[in-house]
Design a protein around this ligand. Structure first.
Ligand code: GMT
Length: 393
């Protein structure tokens, strides 16, 4: 198949999922054309059968707001016509699904039939899409897409609860390449961030408000202040000490840094910015903190789990589908910093429990969310939406 994929290229999990999907489809023999305003982050090395088409919006003095959605639709039409697309798959409804539906309808008027698949990811449904300024447009885009997927059962339910839509929505969860995301300790890296053999707690996010990165620092500070972990382990002859790795960048980074200073743990927290390949960092982590206010799936947690890292996360959205309470980690209510601290302490102070959760985290990632299990489900959906409609009897 020749597939057009549109996503946000620079920010967040939906772009990561779209890019990894495109690369996997290309490895499986399809041709993939990315259509976006910049080269997607994880597409930095171009791959065979993968092409990139940049959307450029012409500026004009009259346009206080550049009409990106229209420029994107025009580019989709252009790529569909010249590259012979069989299908458009857009990630994140706003405005991608609307642009794709418009492009499809214009192409149809030229005798070219290209179905549209829309994948709902997160705030396109839980936040931005609900805004009355977008809602009717999002509903139209969902109901007129030829196929719609959601990344978790929770997101599917939430879409039906919050929007007046009747389309079928298929749950195709996010996935991880469990061969790449696996425990492969990088000693040089571990030595650099934990020279005295400290245990490592990791938080990876884009530091938007919804990620509550400040909570990650606060939980760590409480854990550190409790001091139980280092003393316990020192008694068993293990090196004491624990450090927090804050990976990523974004609006709340300064607030998280201030919290680390105020809480007196500045020397124990390393803000290492955006880092790729993230699997090398996850590989040396002992625990992953995801205290988000909202999370439709929690791709960063899944990537950590694939690397054998237990999770302490908030109990919100689709996270309980990924992080299984008591098995792969613990879930606590959003903002329950004491609960999260105790959960982290429980895992870090009980080596047997830690080992069991680490193994279960890896097993859940491999058994339920492996790239080779999930990507064929998209191929099946593509085949279904491309099949000609059965004639009416
Ligand atoms: O919805 C967003 O805020 C953006 C989106 C993204 O591009 O990062 O995030 C969502 O999609 C990810 C991939 O499907 C999910 O893993 C994240 O849980 C989800 N983020 C939120 O729901 C906040």
């Amino acid at each position: 198949m020749t597939i057009g994929i549109t996503c946000y290229p620079t920010f967040g999990g939906s772009g990561v999922v779209a890019t990894e999907l495109g690369k996997a489809l290309a490895r499986r023999g399809h041709t993939v054309h990315f259509i976006a305003y910049a080269l997607p982050l994880r597409l930095e090395h171009m791959v065979e059968n993968v092409f990139f088409h940049e959307v450029r919006v012409n500026t004009y003095p009259l346009f206080e707001y550049p009409p990106y959605a229209l420029a994107l639709a025009s580019k989709m039409i252009d790529v569909a016509q010249h590259e012979g697309l069989d299908l458009l798959h857009v990630h994140y409804a706003i405005p991608h699904a609307t642009s794709a539906v418009l492009a499809r309808d214009i192409l149809r008027s030229k005798g070219i039939d290209i179905p549209v698949v829309t994948t709902l990811h997160g705030t396109d449904i839980t936040l931005v899409g609900k805004d009355p300024g977008f809602k009717p447009v999002v509903e139209h885009a969902i109901d007129t897409s030829d196929g719609v997927t959601a990344v978790s059962d929770w997101l599917r339910r939430e879409t039906f609860d919050s929007f007046d839509v009747t389309s079928e929505i298929e749950v195709i969860p996010n996935f991880v390449d469990t061969e790449r995301f696996t425990r492969q300790p990088k000693d040089h890296f571990k030595r650099a961030v934990a020279p005295d053999g400290e245990r490592l707690i990791a938080h990876v996010s884009n530091f938007r408000k919804v990620k509550r990165a400040v909570d990650a620092v606060e939980v760590f500070a409480r854990l550190h202040a409790a001091g139980a972990w280092p003393r316990e382990h020192a008694r068993h002859g293990e090196p004491g000490g624990v450090k927090l790795l804050m990976v990523g960048d974004g609006p709340d980074r300064a607030a998280a840094e201030s919290k680390a200073r105020e809480a007196g743990v500045w020397n124990e927290v390393r803000f290492i910015g955006k880092q790729e390949p993230v699997e090398e960092i996850l590989s040396i982590a002992d625990l992953f903190l995801m205290p988000s206010a909202s999370e439709t799936f929690g791709l960063a947690a899944l990537e950590a789990m694939a690397c054998g890292v237990p999770i302490v996360s908030s109990d919100v959205g689709g996270l309980p589908e990924v992080n299984i309470e008591g098995e792969t980690g613990f879930l606590r209510p959003v903002g329950d910093l004491e609960g999260m601290t105790q959960a982290a302490q429980t895992i870090m102070t009980q080596p047997d429990l830690h080992a069991r959760m680490a193994a279960a985290a890896r097993a859940v990632a491999v058994d339920r969310y492996d790239i080779d299990t999930i990507v064929p489900r998209y191929e099946e959906l593509y085949a279904r939406v491309m099949a000609p409609a059965a004639p009416v009897a």
